[in-house]
Ligand binder design. Sequence first.
Ligand code: ATP
Length: 346
Amino acid sequence: MSLIEVQDLTKTFRQAVKAPGLVGAVKHMFTQKYREKQAVNGISLSIEAGEAVAYVGPNGAGKSTTIKMLSGILVPTSGSVMVDGVVPHKQRTDNARTIGAVFGQRTQLWFDLPIIESFALLKDIYEIPEAVYRYNMDRFTELLSLDEFLHQPTRKLSLGQRMRADLAAALLHNPRIVYLDEPTIGLDIAVKVKIREFIKQMNREQGTTIILTTHDLEDIEDICRRLVIIDQGRIIYDGSLQAVKDAFARERTIHFQLSQPLSGNEHLLTDWPGAVVEQKDGQHIAIRFDRFEVSASEVVSRVMRLGEVIDFRIDEPKIEHVIRRVYEGELVLTDAEPPKAMVAND
Ligand SMILES: Nc1ncnc2c1ncn2[C@@H]1O[C@H](COP(=O)(O)OP(=O)(O)OP(=O)(O)O)[C@@H](O)[C@H]1O
């Protein structure tokens, strides 16, 4: 059995229907009207130990509701959830030992306590053996640079410091699974990189299973190999991140460095369906092309006719372009297959 097994999971909320303003609130007291909202609508999912899974979707898609059911905070309306052999909402204490969670908007640390004391409390709550606690504290302090604020209370920390402390707190008891809900929201790039490195290291070296929900699509590109996209409570894609890129991210850019500045023969690059000169200065030229129409080798051979190429680099497309097109309804991942001929050329 997989570490996480979800079958036909649903969650329906009852939402009050009110007219706006005070009048609406008063009316609602006398004639209460509700509508049902299916936040999660028949999700099935299996996740193996050691996977790093991105769980993404537009606002209101049902991501947090799913994570809350996986972590035992919410009781499903129907369907089943099993996490490491335990039903999370029924065996919350057992489940708490298996999981760690970071919710970017909230902290699980005690607000007025110095960070180090919050950690000591967690050690007692989770009954973490002294040697494990010492080992993790030393490691996390180094990887997340915690020493600069370990003796400060949570309320005095910057957002980036607080997030690093929260990550350490979530992983202190060596959970098998960690749920990360927007772990880099609002952070500067240096802290984002540190956090991503830490998460990758825990996944790679400890085998910690990562379930990551984020709107920062660079997080997923950096950390995850598997992508699950949810929309209106249903899973619309579940597969490898690379497969999505290979199939749907059509554009590539090749940057060339030439031995001499261009000498007027650039007309060789015009009238070229599927390819455009994106940048041209001195000895540098960049060609953007649709790899379903033009092959990378054709781009290279055309540019070699302009002069001696001393170096070149191919920029891979970003997964965020593809996912945004899915959110905007332009792309249906399950419908399309890339044209095989051009893929083979690439
Ligand atoms: N406690 C609740 N009561 C009523 N409706 C709720 C409740 N929690 C969530 N919902 C509704 O369920 C739907 C899914 O919400 P959810 O928070 O799971 O989405 P999400 O994908 O996490 O969105 P976001 O990216 O904005 O965080 C939304 O329409 C939301 O309004």
